[in-house]
Design a protein around this ligand. Structure first.
Ligand code: G
Ligand code: G
Ligand code: G
Ligand code: MN
Ligand code: NA
Length: 255
């Protein structure tokens, strides 16, 4: 069975779609953004998760076209939500793979998605893992600097899980830390995890970075994050990834 050749056709056949997971202000519960998460509805295999096809897309080079489609779709959708809700600060977080990021046309793709959607650059945040930022460090740094000049946000995804060092973190023009869910899982019961999350939040504040806690699954974890003065959170306890129509309903209930 050839997943590669069907992936090539997935865009034109409209088999790809985005789910969006709300990112919420811990104090007020307001939706400040969503994270776009790609899905593939395969005619025979059913729903294929990104973990299964993103590596394939990277190997085959289709990641560039798919990534372009994700950027454009996420920016358009977010602009639409801004217009409907009147909240012109509503933002979107888009995952970017290392391969996609290294492409010479990546910056052009970002600019084009912003221009076509008319979404303000400050409402787009690109998520990269520490690992992918540290690959080809000097060219990555140039791209990140240019994105920052555009006004686009740079989020460090899965923060704390990779081989990061404070030496690199200091140099990266990041704007947001997304605390890896491994640190959130036992937050309410494990004093070490609570100490680490607390330190991450404090360090973020000192560096001028916002922090988002990922994978918040219980009210107890959310309560602890509130105590630790974490700004934002996402996870099943708040809302799972939803299709666009469901996100609109979720936001309306919270206005
Ligand atoms: O819900 P979840 O199974 O969506 O996501 C699994 C993994 O796939 C995560 O690591 C996430 O960052 C990644 N992912 C989700 N959507 C995208 C996307 O649009 N582009 C890339 N490169 N990765 C994505
Ligand atoms: O749609 P527009 O007129 O902006 O396209 C100008 C050129 O850019 C065309 O050659 C087209 O093939 C190419 N192009 C169209 N869409 C994209 C895109 O999303 N990203 C990049 N990098 N090039 C694109
Ligand atoms: O690697 P990244 O952080 O981009 O991936 C986000 C992944 O986490 C997606 O697969 C998404 O579906 C998943 N996710 C979202 N909320 C939760 C949660 O509360 N718990 C767990 N275990 N996974 C979550
Ligand atoms: Mn992510
Ligand atoms: Na993450």
């Amino acid at each position: 069975f050839e997943m590669g050749s069907s992936l090539r056709k997935a865009i034109e056949k409209n088999e790809l779609f985005l789910c969006y997971q709300p990112i919420v202000d811990v104090r007020t519960g307001a939706v400040i953004a969503t994270e776009a998460l790609i899905r593939w509805r395969h005619p025979e295999l059913g729903l294929v998760r990104p973990d299964e096809f993103i590596p394939l897309a990277e190997e085959t080079g289709w990641i560039h076209e798919i990534g372009r489609w994700v950027l454009q779709t996420a920016c358009r959708q977010t602009k639409r939500w801004q217009d409907i809700t009147g909240n012109d600060q509503l933002a979107v977080f888009v995952n970017v793979s290392a391969v996609q990021f290294q492409h010479e046309r990546f910056i052009d793709d970002v600019k084009r998605a912003l221009k076509r959607s008319t979404l303000p650059p400050s409402c787009l945040h690109l998520e990269l893992t520490e690992h992918s930022m540290l690959r080809h460090l000097s060219s990555t740094m140039r791209t990140l600097d240019e994105l920052k000049r555009l006004g686009v946000g740079i989020a460090v995804d899965d923060f704390g899980s990779g081989y990061s060092s404070f030496h690199y973190l200091k140099q990266l023009p990041a704007t947001i830390l997304k605390i890896d869910r491994a640190f959130i899982e036992h937050l309410h019961a494990n004093a070490s995890d609570a100490a680490i999350v607390s330190a991450m939040i404090t360090m973020g504040r000192g560096l001028g970075l916002e922090t988002i806690a990922e994978g918040v699954e219980t009210p107890e974890q959310l309560e602890r994050l509130r105590d630790l003065q974490c700004s934002y959170a996402q996870g099943y306890a708040l809302c799972p990834p939803l299709v666009a129509e469901e996100v609109m309903a979720y936001m309306s209930e919270r206005q």
